[in-house]
Design a protein around this ligand. Structure first.
Ligand code: ATP
Length: 355
């Protein structure tokens, strides 16, 4: 898509954006509520008319092509199935509409049912299925036309935690089996990190950054990406650039603590306000460290734990990752330092300072 945009009255739901998705890619779109994820997906599907720009599929300009003729299928979070039809009839429905022959319908329904483990349920009606089974039927119905592109808008958001995990694995397998291009909108960190070949991070109607999950995790280009990727999220602390030299910068944190960061800044940026970004797993226990506070909340996850420290002086809460077997009592004071290579710095416009 090139310079694709959508304006509702005076509101830019999508600012002119470019994005190229390769055949067979699994692309996940993330970002806070209202940032334009669904709008982008609906523009690609043709369910929304763009205010500007073009959509190409296989090099063909489909901007003015009707949704049904674009060769893609869409799965929504509300997976409306026909209640009076059996699973088999529901899956076959799009093929019947397109007047496929009986043998072809049977073969394709069998293949879709096999891909989603629905063979034993074909004669049931939707009312006799669990939430996850219904969702699998709606996915089967979407893939039965063998779309080259599958669009999914928060397909797992109505499912309970255990089913989400199972369906996440199903999607990974399905992508491997179908080889279709998948564009998937989610709020869920784990879904994004584990399923995506590339993640698209959106914020306020803009594409902020596009990249492999670990690339975005390790080097968020903007503050919005730093906020969107990682769970628990990156600690974000206000600071001032105190000094800049060949190796990096010295940052002054609230409470007059200092921290080194291996990022580049010209000498004339000294005095500039910035935001320091620290991943919870990069905090290193250090009694003399610049960051710390009393443990207000302690979450034990088994293999690891998270300590939430009530830091003073405008820092807010700082989250530190600790080993799973670390003993901690509430109210205890913990202090941490950080390797300068792991400290992210964002300027007042939210842009990351280069390393
Ligand atoms: P969520 O994660 O909450 O589903 P989203 O990122 O998918 O959010 P969109 O549904 O794409 O967000 O909406 C983007 C913005 O456009 C929102 O602020 C929304 O209120 C606005 N919007 C969407 N559809 C319309 C419409 N038909 N008329 C006016 N504004 C709209």
């Amino acid at each position: 898509m090139t310079q694709l945009s959508k304006r509702f009255d005076t509101f830019d739901a999508l600012c002119p954006s470019d994005l190229e998705i390769a055949e067979g890619e699994f692309v996940v779109i993330v970002g806070p509520s209202g940032c334009g994820k669904s709008t982008l997906l609906r523009l690609i599907a043709g369910l929304e008319e763009p205010s500007g720009g073009q959509v190409f599929i296989d090099g063909r300009d489909v901007t003015d092509v009707a949704p049904a003729q674009r060769g893609l299928a869409m799965v929504f979070q509300s997976y409306a199935l026909y209640p009076h039809l059996t699973v088999e009839e529901n899956i076959a429905f799009p093929l019947k509409v397109q007047r496929f022959g009986k043998t072809e319908v049977r073969a394709r329904v069998a293949a879709a049912a096999e891909a989603l483990d629905l063979a034993p349920l074909l004669k049931r009606r939707p009312a006799a299925l669990s939430g996850g089974q219904r969702q699998r039927v709606s996915i089967a119905r979407a893939i039965v036309r063998e779309p080259r592109v599958l669009l999914l808008d928060e397909p797992l958001s109505n499912l309970d935690a255990e089913l989400r995990v199972r369906m996440r694995h199903e999607f990974a397998r399905l992508h491997g089996r179908l080889g279709a291009t998948m564009i998937y909108v989610t709020h869920d960190q784990l879904e994004a990190m584990t399923l995506a070949n590339r993640i698209v991070v959106m914020s306020e109607g803009r594409i902020e950054q596009v990249g492999a999950p670990l690339e975005l995790y390790a080097a968020p280009a903007t503050l919005a990406v730093a906020r969107a990727i990682g769970s628990p999220g990156m600690n974000l602390i206000p600071a001032i650039i105190d000094a800049a030299d060949e190796q990096g910068v010295t940052l002054r944190l609230p409470e007059d603590k200092t921290l080194r960061a291996h990022v580049r800044a010209a000498a004339d940026r000294v005095g500039e306000p910035v935001t320091v970004g620290l991943r919870p797993e990069h905090l290193v226990a250090d009694a003399e460290g610049p960051l710390g506070g009393e443990v207000e909340l302690f979450e034990r996850l088994g293999p690891l734990s998270f300590a939430h420290l009530g830091a003073r002086g405008g820092i807010g809460t700082v989250v530190a990752q600790l080993p799973g077997d670390r003993q901690v009592t509430l109210g205890e004071t913990l202090r941490f330092s950080l390797p300068p290579s792991q400290v992210h710095v964002f300027d007042a416009q939210g842009q990351a300072l280069a390393r």
